[in-house]
Design a protein around this ligand. Structure first.
Ligand SMILES: Cc1ncc(COP(=O)(O)O)c(C=O)c1O
Length: 400
């Protein structure tokens, strides 16, 4: 190469992240990540890993020994659950009501399991009766999987009830909690969920790239007793346990892969912040800010496609009104106001916006800023309702 490359330090703009994730990362988390890198087998780092596991047990509300963070985003949590818990030929029911349910089905197929697919309408919760009927028809089902908080639509499904039904038929449960952890109640032990995975970048407001997971004793027993070895070396939890599980490694962690040290400092800090706030207060904050946003959207004349009882406070789907250009609204929100909101995915592409209020991003200030910006952006496309009314409506909710 003759010419020197003219590429300097990357300086990202300051945004307000109100999409489906990532959410805004708190400065405390960014500061934690800037601390000196330790070796991944350094005893000091090992102590931090033990703390991290304790903190994650709090977040998941579990005593599960095998609770830790996988070194990759939420998708690896999903994939690890399937490759470890679904053996070739195992029957697995996937209850799907959106993009991420469909991905679970793909994971069953790739694990060479026998897929029984249950589809519910996008925008509705998973139908528990359908699951019960499917289990009656397929009593040899080994695994039932569902998404607790379907990010593609903004819908909550009843994880407790679905787990209860699956257990009546002796099936293990895989629950996707990528968008639910630290936003809405998720009680892993009380609901007896067997395998649960999440992501670092939503309710926890850490940087993307880590996947907290937790496995019940029953799930661990299944993994240990598999007849076939897990086809993925990296995701084989029997091997990963030697690094993360002190009991399994006899107090001597062994090298599996080089852990993302500084990212784990960040996750540790985000969990310390969760403990400081308290899970219940965190859930209440998400609900309150959601109600403020909904009141404002209503005053703007915008409609929500999800029935009130199934709405996720952390992910708000909003119908794109007739005559409004959806991509233009998102582009203007970003360019003129520095606010990222999400587009619809899959079947809902072009039909909805998705406004996330997750973790650090879930604040009264962000609700008001978003409503003001949205009102002004819609006005440029001829929409009549104005931001003033929306802000007033949201403030009424916040004043109570
Ligand atoms: C419900 C759900 N599951 C899985 C994933 C995949 O997570 P990641 O993008 O971190 O790999 C996402 C990401 O948005 C999600 O919302």
């Amino acid at each position: 190469m003759n010419q020197p490359l003219k590429i300097g330090t990357f300086q990202p703009s300051k945004r307000i992240l109100l999409g489906p994730g990532p959410s805004d990362v708190h400065q405390r988390v960014l500061d934690a990540m800037a601390r000196p890198t330790l070796g991944h087998l350094d005893p000091e780092f090992g102590n931090m890993m033990e703390e991290l596991k304790t903190l994650l047990r709090y977040a998941f509300q579990t005593e599960n020994q095998l609770t830790f963070a996988l070194s990759a985003p939420g998708s690896i949590g999903m994939e690890s659950c399937f490759v470890n818990l679904v053996e070739p030929g195992d029957k697995a029911i996937v209850c799907s009501n959106g993009v991420f349910g469909r991905r679970m089905a793909e994971n069953v197929k790739r694990s060479r399991g026998e897929l029984v697919m249950l589809e519910d309408a996008w925008g509705s919760a998973v139908d528990s009766q359908k699951l019960e009927d499917a289990l009656k028809a397929h009593p040899d089902t080994k695994v039932v999987a569902f998404v607790h908080a379907e990010t593609s639509t903004g819908v909550e499904s009843d994880a407790k009830l679905l787990t209860e039904i699956a257990h009546r038929y002796d099936a293990l449960v895989i629950c996707d909690a990528v968008t639910s952890l630290a936003c809405i109640p998720l009680l892993v032990d009380e609901w007896e969920i067997d395998a649960v995975y999440s992501g670092s970048q939503k309710g926890l407001s850490c940087t993307p790239g880590l996947s907290p997971v937790s496995f019940s004793e029953r799930a661990v027993a299944k993994i240990k007793q598999r007849g076939h070895s897990v086809q993925s070396w990296f995701m084989d939890l029997n091997l990963v346990m030697g690094y993360w599980d002190e009991a399994k490694s006899g107090g001597k962690r062994t090298y599996h892969h080089t852990a993302p040290i500084n990212a784990l400092y960040g996750l540790h800090e985000s969990l310390v912040m969760l403990v400081e706030e308290g899970l219940e207060s965190r859930w209440a904050r998400h609900r309150r800010n959601h109600l403020g946003l909904v009141a404002g959207l209503d005053a703007l004349g915008l409609k929500l496609p999800v029935a009130e009882r199934a709405r996720l406070p952390q992910l708000n789907s909003v119908m794109v009104p007739e005559g409004i250009s959806e991509p233009q609204v998102r582009a203007d929100m970003l360019a003129k106001h520095g606010i990222e909101i999400g587009a619809g995915l899959g079947d809902l592409a072009g039909k909805i916006f998705r406004i996330g209020l997750m973790g650090t991003s879930s604040s009264q200030e962000n609700v008001l800023t978003c409503l003001a910006a949205l009102g002004s952006v819609l006005a440029t496309q001829g929409w009549k309702a104005r931001s003033g009314a929306a802000i007033e409506a949201a403030n009424k909710v916040f004043a109570v």
